[in-house]
Design a protein around this ligand. Structure first.
Ligand code: NAD
Length: 328
């Protein structure tokens, strides 16, 4: 495979780049480093089959040139994280809608296969336990910035579907549920790296809202091989596929597990959403995937438990000389 990874200097993209290179593929990464970092690519920078191209998916000409050189595109570049969406709503919409259409159009022109990284945010406030790909979206007002990420990803999915059905683009949509592990930054609102940094610094762990909200966290090392397997699986083209873990944990219990595994004596405090994320923020009480489709297509079965995940993030953040920024 000769692959382009947009957003490849980010958390998931950099793990994917390592995975593809170790399997003997050639990899080009396009990233503007808005939330990613060159550091994430340090282990592969000198690899003979790797190239990093600084730039934006909003640069149509650059995306076109890169697409012409590859056979497969993993489109992961996006404005991600509740703090980013809150602080740069308009730019996030542009990146997440126009950036994706640039990638789809270029892939179509150059006959490349595409994997589009969508999100469980698609399902919005639908709290069904075991969300299936055909389940309804239940979302709030488009005038709340909180929903703009979900809206943009939904537009991306509709565009991808239309490029497939009307123009024959070979594309698979992957709906990622909470994906976590080393290199994920806590700066943009992600809960596990935030809690671990707070615990290691002896600062209070800040739970937004009641803490009764339930999530499922999947290790990036379980997700990345599934991304590679899905683009290699022809019957997946034309579909949306959930990827995530089914191990449920409330955010309050997550905080307690972080304290237990770090041995930290930090307090746990509750911060109202209005203060933590901003006015009008609506959280989701529960989000649990049904990954039957991914299991049937590619044998997807996450192997790592939540404790494995927490240990890997704690180990990363405990490295000498690495003092992650503590954010609320
Ligand atoms: N991590 C999760 O739990 C999760 C869940 C659902 C969906 N996703 C999706 O997975 C993808 C990767 O997310 P991540 O968690 O690795 O986040 P991330 O922020 O680490 O990665 C996104 C990358 O895109 C880059 N980027 C942003 N705007 C860009 C632009 N205009 N041009 C080029 N590069 C740009 C960033 O610099 C960053 O490296 C995203 O599409 C995200 O929406 C992630």
């Amino acid at each position: 495979m000769h692959a382009l990874i947009t957003g490849g200097a980010g958390f998931i993209g950099s793990h994917l780049a390592e995975h593809l290179l170790s399997a003997g593929n050639q990899v080009v990464v396009l990233d503007d480093l808005s939330t990613g970092s060159a550091e994430n690519l340090s282990s592969i920078n000198d690899h003979p089959h790797f190239r990093y191209v600084p730039g934006s998916v909003l640069d149509e000409a650059l995306v076109d040139t890169l697409a012409s050189e590859v056979d497969t595109i993993f489109h992961l570049a996006a404005a991600v994280g509740s703090f980013v969406i809150r602080d740069r709503t308009l730019q996030s919409l542009r990146t997440n809608i126009h950036g994706t259409e640039n990638v789809l159009a270029a892939a179509h022109r150059h006959h490349a296969g595409v994997l589009i990284a969508s999100s469980s945010e698609i399902y919005g406030k639908n709290t069904k336990v075991g969300l299936c790909e055909d389940d309804d979206r239940v979302v709030g007002s488009p005038l709340l910035h909180r929903w703009s990420y979900s809206e943009a990803k939904a537009v991306d999915e509709s565009l991808t579907h239309a490029y497939g059905t009307e123009l024959g683009l070979q594309a698979v949509i992957v709906r990622l549920f909470n994906t976590v592990g080393p290199r994920q930054s806590g700066r943009y609102g992600m809960v596990i790296p935030r809690f671990v940094a707070q615990a290691l610094a002896g600062a209070p762990l800040t739970i937004f809202g009641t803490g009764t909200q339930v999530r499922c966290f999947c290790h990036v090392h379980d997700v990345v091989p599934a991304l590679a397997a899905l683009v290699a699986h022809q019957p997946a083209y034309g579909s949306a596929v959930n990827l995530g873990s089914c191990e449920q944990v409330s955010i309050a219990d997550l905080a307690l597990r972080v304290l237990a595994l770090t041995g930290s004596a930090s307090d746990i405090i509750h911060v109202p959403y209005e203060l933590g994320i901003g006015p009008g923020y609506e959280d989701l009480q529960r989000r649990v995937p049904d990954c039957t489709r991914a299991r049937e297509m590619i044998g997807f079965r996450p192997l790592r438990t939540l404790d494995d995940i927490l240990r890997s993030v704690i180990a990363e953040q405990s490295q000498p000389g690495l003092a992650p920024t503590v954010v609320i």
